[in-house]
Design a protein around this ligand. Structure first.
Ligand code: HDD
Length: 696
């Protein structure tokens, strides 16, 4: 067979039985049937101004295909962004699992990861306050393993039966089709306040976890307890974690609102840019391994997806790393068509009886059938295993890999030994856990504590993070039209933490404090704080991979620009130049400094820290400019570190900041101070400022 057709630039062409040399042509446009096209501008008409003819197979085919370009978007997690990479083992895990991918230290397994928001449609913005999906397909030598994770370790509901209700309530309301990509509306809060099991998750989604700085700076969690089984058939439970080597980081809410306007693709652009520039993001795979004995004595049911096991109680063992190092060639073919299914597991890993997981195992396979149009979606390259496959499943829509020969059943006696055959030693064996009981629709009593871990989460946050949680509740509930829904949420908060309930009631201007909600079980006050649950306590202490926006005008000091560039590069961060026009500026020595962004397209919300370097000549113009004032005002109110030269004082004065400058605002008139500035930036934000800028 001839090689596939390739364009001169190396792209794979379509079709390809004939080698391009045989046709002697790689430039002529063709129809899908390969028929060369003579005119792609005009349809076939009867007369120059007459009707278009049905006979025009070229136009009919083109429009027919265009009409069918769309497939249904995912019912949840519609907006996503994916990348290829690999997973590399640190050690051999044969003591706990026979899973082939975990046997050999240093071995790499190819992966594809797709990050996503949950509630918004495909075209929604990236910085919604929402859970983020973190789904990874491992193409192992014994089949595909899909770890379909989120950036939050618990879930809203305990039983998959409630998933459609949850999703209906969270998405836009059915009559008006808004609001898009946000939970700040009556239906969501109505449902969740009627479902006390969602309380722990609500604390997480009201925390800064729901507004990550980018996919690169967030954790991932498999949520459920899964099982690991070794070659001797011994079973341990496991919870899967992804720990970002880049460290955790989120934005603040006011910043998120503005980023959505300035760059709705903020997260996808960030991942694209990091990978394309060779700064490959990495996460370590962590395992919390525990046995039945621990499960029996643990305070909560390990099958309840609304509970965590604190890392302080069962430490996370880091067993390998995920590196994302290649963007897709085609978004639709890969990111859109990738089909994750929780049922995709491999020998050595098994499901637990978590009722949420059991329901997921049905839902993912089922949804792909509708979304991708038939049972052969496993043959789409992004979904196909990379290991050999031998089975007798056949036919169906778009069957591409078809068996050759006469046998299509097992057992058979054709060919060499009549294979393929089942293999009890190598094959997937379900862990033989013992179960018995009456068939009934019940929720186990062990699932009924809804508040204790919500309280533990809140108590484990720093004061700044606690305040963000209270503010988030106030923001969201203020968007609810019904007072009784706002009050109902506060009645739940009273079971979590009095101070939080008071803060939120005050923020909502409630005339009276409601009664605490009726609780199936009293809230435990004795759970130890878990510092691992805080983002701020687990920051990176590095500014690597972050962006500094340099606001420059003509005449800006060249020494300061150069010193800053060097300090930023030495840290592994990136400098972006923002200037009043996209043509860039001429600095103090007449050198042309190209711009990355024009000022109104590059607001400070797009950067982790900013440096303001105007010249004597242009500071007056800059100080009068509303966008320049927003630039420094936003940087200040979002608690960013601000480097500045003395000329910038006029801008601060016109922005009303001159009396407020604090230790997070660092003079950089001396080029040597660039290093000090970047070192300060390692804290990521100057949180000490926040009480001064957040009064309500
Ligand atoms: Fe789900 C997609 C994660 C509960 C049903 N889910 C989906 C994706 C992620 C998760 C990351 C996007 C995958 C991708 O990028 O294509 N889902 C979770 C987690 C859950 C969870 C961590 C709780 C622990 N999901 C859950 C339940 C159900 C579903 C309880 C149904 C009973 N999820 C789906 C789905 C989706 C999906 C409808 C939509 C598109 C898809 O599967 O492929 O089947």
């Amino acid at each position: 067979m001839a090689e596939r057709f390739t364009y001169k630039d190396g792209r794979a062409g379509k079709g390809g039985e004939y080698h391009q040399e045989e046709t002697g042509d790689q430039h002529t446009l063709t129809t899908q049937q390969g028929c060369p096209v003579a005119d792609d501008q005009n349809s076939l008409r009867a007369g120059a101004r007459g009707p278009t003819l049905m006979e025009d197979h070229v136009m009919r085919e083109k429009i027919f295909h265009f009409d069918h370009e769309r497939i249904p978007e995912r019912v949840v997690h519609a907006r996503g962004y994916g990348a290829h990479g690999y997973f590399e083992n640190y050690e051999c895990l044969s003591d706990i699992t026979s899973a082939d991918l975990f046997q050999r230290p240093g071995e790499q397994t190819p992966v594809f990861t797709r990050f996503s928001t949950v509630a918004g449609n495909k075209g929604s913005f990236d910085l919604a306050r929402d859970v983020r999906g973190f789904a990874t397909k491992f193409y192992t030598k014994e089949g595909n393993w899909d770890l379909v994770a989120n950036n939050i370790p618990v879930f809203f509901i305990q039983d998959a039966m409630k998933f459609p209700d949850l999703v209906h309530a969270a998405k836009q309301e059915p009559d008006r089709a808004f609001p898009q990509a946000q939970t700040a509306h009556d239906n969501f809060w109505d449902f969740s306040t009627l479902m006390p099991e969602s309380m722990h998750m609500l604390m997480w989604i009201m925390s800064d976890r729901a507004i990550p700085r980018s996919f690169r700076f967030m954790e991932g969690f498999g949520v459920h307890s899964f099982r690991l089984v070794n070659a001797q058939g011994e079973m341990k439970f496991v919870k899967f974690h992804w720990k970002p080597k880049q460290g955790l980081q989120s934005v603040v809410w006011n910043e998120a609102l503005k980023i959505n306007g300035a760059d709705p693709d903020y997260h996808r652009r960030d991942l694209w840019h990091a990978i394309q520039s060779g700064d490959y993001p990495e996460w370590e795979l962590g395992l919390q391994v525990f046995d039945e004995e621990f499960a029996e004595k643990f305070d909560f049911d390990v099958l309840d997806a609304t509970k965590i096991i604190p890392e302080e109680e069962v430490p996370v063992r880091k067993v390998g790393k995920l590196v994302l190092n290649r963007m897709v060639d085609n978004f639709f073919a890969e990111t859109e068509q990738v089909a994750f299914c929780t049922q995709n597991i491999v020998p050595g890993i098994d499901h637990s009886d978590d009722p949420l997981l059991q329901g997921r195992n049905f839902s993912y396979l089922d949804t792909q059938l509708k979304r991708l149009g038939g049972p052969n979606f496993t043959q789409i390259p992004i979904n196909a295993p990379k290991c050999p496959m031998h089975h007798f499943q056949q036919d169906g829509h778009m069957a591409m890999q078809n068996p050759i020969g006469r046998s299509n059943y097992e057992p058979n006696s054709w060919g060499d030994g009549g294979g393929p055959r089942e293999n009890p030693e190598k094959g997937f064996n379900t862990y033989p856990s013992h179960v018995e009981g009456d068939k009934q629709r019940v929720r186990s009593e062990t699932f009924s504590d809804h508040y204790s871990q919500a309280r533990q989460f809140y108590k484990s946050q720093t004061q700044i993070e606690q305040r963000h949680i209270a503010n988030a509740f106030v923001f969201e509930l203020s968007k609810c039209e019904r007072l009784d829904i706002r009050e109902r949420m506060v009645s739940h908060l009273l079971n979590i933490d009095d101070d939080l309930a008071n803060e939120v009631a005050k923020g909502l201007g409630l005339a009276e404090m409601p009664e605490a909600a009726e609780a199936a079980m009293p809230t435990r006050q004795d759970l130890k704080e878990s510092p691992k649950l805080s983002i701020l306590l687990n920051g990176p202490d590095s500014f690597k991979g972050r962006k500094v926006g340099l606001l420059l005008t003509n005449g800006a000091d060249s020494g300061i620009i150069d010193g800053m560039k060097q300090a930023i590069e030495d840290e592994g961060a990136e400098m972006k130049v923002v200037t009043p026009t996209i043509g860039g500026i001429k600095d103090s020595v007449g050198r042309h400094i190209p711009a990355d962004e024009k000022l109104d397209g590059g607001p400070s919300v797009l950067f982790d820290a900013v440096v303001v370097v105007p010249s004597d000549d242009e500071i007056d113009m800059l100080a009068k400019d509303a966008t320049a004032r927003d630039f420094v005002n936003d940087a200040f109110s979002h608690c960013k570190f601000i480097g500045y030269v003395s000329q910038a004082n006029k801008l601060f004065a016109s922005a009303g900041l001159d009396q407020m400058l604090d230790k997070g605002c660092i003079p950089v008139d001396d080029p040597a101070s660039a290093k000090t500035f970047i070192e300060a930036c390692r804290k990521l934000r100057y949180w000490e400022r926040e009480p001064a800028v957040d009064q309500f």
